[in-house]
Design a binder for this molecule. Structure first.
Ligand code: ATP
Length: 483
């Protein structure tokens, strides 16, 4: 599994999906750039999400709010005081760790060694200490369970401190203390503070949702696992506003709907599971993670949270603007429900984690040896709708008018699809290059094409070929790459 993960990381770099940021300057920790194919894949994932959420739901609209927001927003949301991780330093190696992650690694180790009781006891204590922010208790656990520094092996720890994850900067030229602004650590607050704007200007009626895709920034104490935990990342979030008392109904609706979205990509359903939270954030009355089995274990990709009226109430208090909705539908007594602050169900998915999931799920090394003939290929089996390049046009040879014919096809199809044209190297090599970047179809132009206006389509997964008329290509590809 480690091998698979390493291969995916190097494949991502080799073929232009993901590069370390600032690489020629030796990189910047936990920041990554998306390359020419990565940008396409990322856009396709965004489109899939946006269509499923905004286009398919008549009562959900999308916005694009600014990254900078009034600093009071982060007071109201609880991020200034509460958005932190418990951090501990090793005095000898001078390395910094998250106290909870050191403990979690130890729990995993106990489980692996069959010491189930020990694992459970430690988990219970850790959860309890985290909940009441007992930092001294966390340190005691680290000492009691003889946790050594993963790098130096020594057990010489500092005290545990809370470390706020928000990045801050200054706004304006004459910056002083009062001008501190934060880079948003989540996109959700941009939705909450625009709740009234959208509701009024869009004449939205409850229940309704507001969706947004955008960057978020967290100064993660430690960065691990490639694009799994980044300091600059992207979220796709939707806040669904409902009548108080109906939130559990909607929570269950979204819990199911979101898992369906994941499974519609053809991913092995066994690789997904729900993880219900028993330990709830102060604002939530129910929460579940959708987890995917990454090579390093089941991990959260998306969270669905029932956030009550916490956020809107907080903004009402801090901004002194009424965050109420007037509901003139009639209740059981035949009277209008009247004014209330709506309850909120949130769905929040990390775009980069979804990208990583898609790469891991698609990547395969296939042994194609027959008899003594050794052969193999790397293939990315993306769902055609997500594939960065939909089809490649390949003239069999560089002469006899085949490139011209191929160009004609290319120029027509590129109006509708993201295409590649390739005439370099043998046809076999070109097929393998397209397999490696996940192109679902290769269109090969040969001598027969000049005579009867047909081409072959080679399918990535089966490697089978079929002969089709050139004027059918748009329809065939269109059908195969749509949902
Ligand atoms: P974790 O427990 O993994 O830190 P979280 O519970 O803090 O995640 P949320 O605040 O619920 O995460 O954010 C919603 C989603 O945003 C997560 O499910 C994840 O996909 C994504 N996400 C959160 N932090 C990061 C990060 N540092 N890098 C990449 N994606 C992230």
């Amino acid at each position: 599994n480690d091998e698979l993960f390493k291969n995916v990381i190097s494949h991502s770099k080799e073929y232009g999906f993901v590069f370390p940021s600032s690489e020629i300057y030796d990189g910047l920790s936990a920041v990554y750039d998306y390359g020419q194919l990565g940008a396409e894949l990322k856009n396709n994932i965004k489109t899939y999400w946006w269509k499923a959420m905004v286009q398919m739901h008549e009562n959900i609209v999308g916005i694009d709010s600014a990254i900078f927001m009034h600093p009071k927003i982060w007071k109201a949301s609880g991020h200034v005081d509460g958005f932190s991780d418990p951090m501990i330093d090793n005095k000898d190696s001078k390395k910094r760790y998250r106290a909870d992650q050191l403990l979690e690694d130890k729990i995993a180790k106990y489980e692996k060694d069959g010491k189930i009781q020990k694992a459970e006891d430690l988990q219970l204590k850790m959860d309890e200490y985290l909940k009441v922010e007992n930092l001294a208790g966390l340190k005691e656990l680290i000492i009691e369970h003889e946790i050594a520094c993963p790098v130096s092996g020594t057990r010489n720890w500092t005290d545990v401190r809370q470390f706020n994850l928000m990045f801050s900067t200054q706004m304006g030229a004459m910056a002083d203390e009062a001008d501190v602004v934060y880079l948003r650590p989540e996109t959700a607050q941009g939705i909450f503070v625009n709740f009234l704007n959208v509701q009024k200007s869009g004449r939205m009626k409850i229940p309704f949702g507001i969706a947004q895709i955008g960057k978020a920034f967290r100064n993660e104490v430690i960065a691990r696992q490639f694009i799994m935990r980044m300091r600059e990342f992207e979220q796709m979030e939707m806040q669904f506003f409902v009548r108080p008392g109906t939130e559990m109904e909607w929570y269950n609706y979204w819990k199911e709907a979101r898992l369906k979205w994941h499974k519609a990509l053809g991913t092995d359903p066994e690789k997904y599971r729900y993880h219900d939270h028993t330990k709830l954030a102060h604002y939530a009355n129910a929460a579940v993670d959708i987890e995917f089995e990454f090579p390093f274990g089941f991990k959260e990709v998306e969270g669905i949270h029932s956030r009550t009226d916490f956020d809107l109430s907080q903004h009402q208090e801090y901004s002194r603007k009424k965050m109420q909705y007037f509901d003139n539908d009639l209740n059981e007594e035949g009277k209008p429900y009247g004014n209330y602050i709506p309850y909120v169900i949130e769905t929040s998915i990390g775009l980069d984690r979804m990208f990583l999931l898609t790469m891991i799920n698609a990547y395969e090394e296939q042994d194609l040896s027959e008899g003594d003939k050794q052969d193999s290929r790397s293939v990315l089996k993306f769902h055609p709708a997500l594939a960065p390049i939909k089809a490649a046009v390949l003239p069999l040879t560089k002469k006899d008018g085949l490139p011209e014919k191929a160009r004609e096809i290319m120029d027509r199809l590129k109006l509708d699809f993201n295409m590649q044209y390739d005439e370099k190297d043998s046809i076999g090599k070109r097929y393998r290059r397209q397999d490696a970047i996940g192109t679902p179809f290769c269109i090969t132009v040969d001598h027969q094409s000049l005579e009867d206006n047909t081409v072959t389509i080679r399918h990535r997964d089966s490697m089978e070929q079929e002969r089709v008329a050139i004027d059918q290509l748009e329809k065939i590809i269109g059908d195969l790459v749509s949902w």
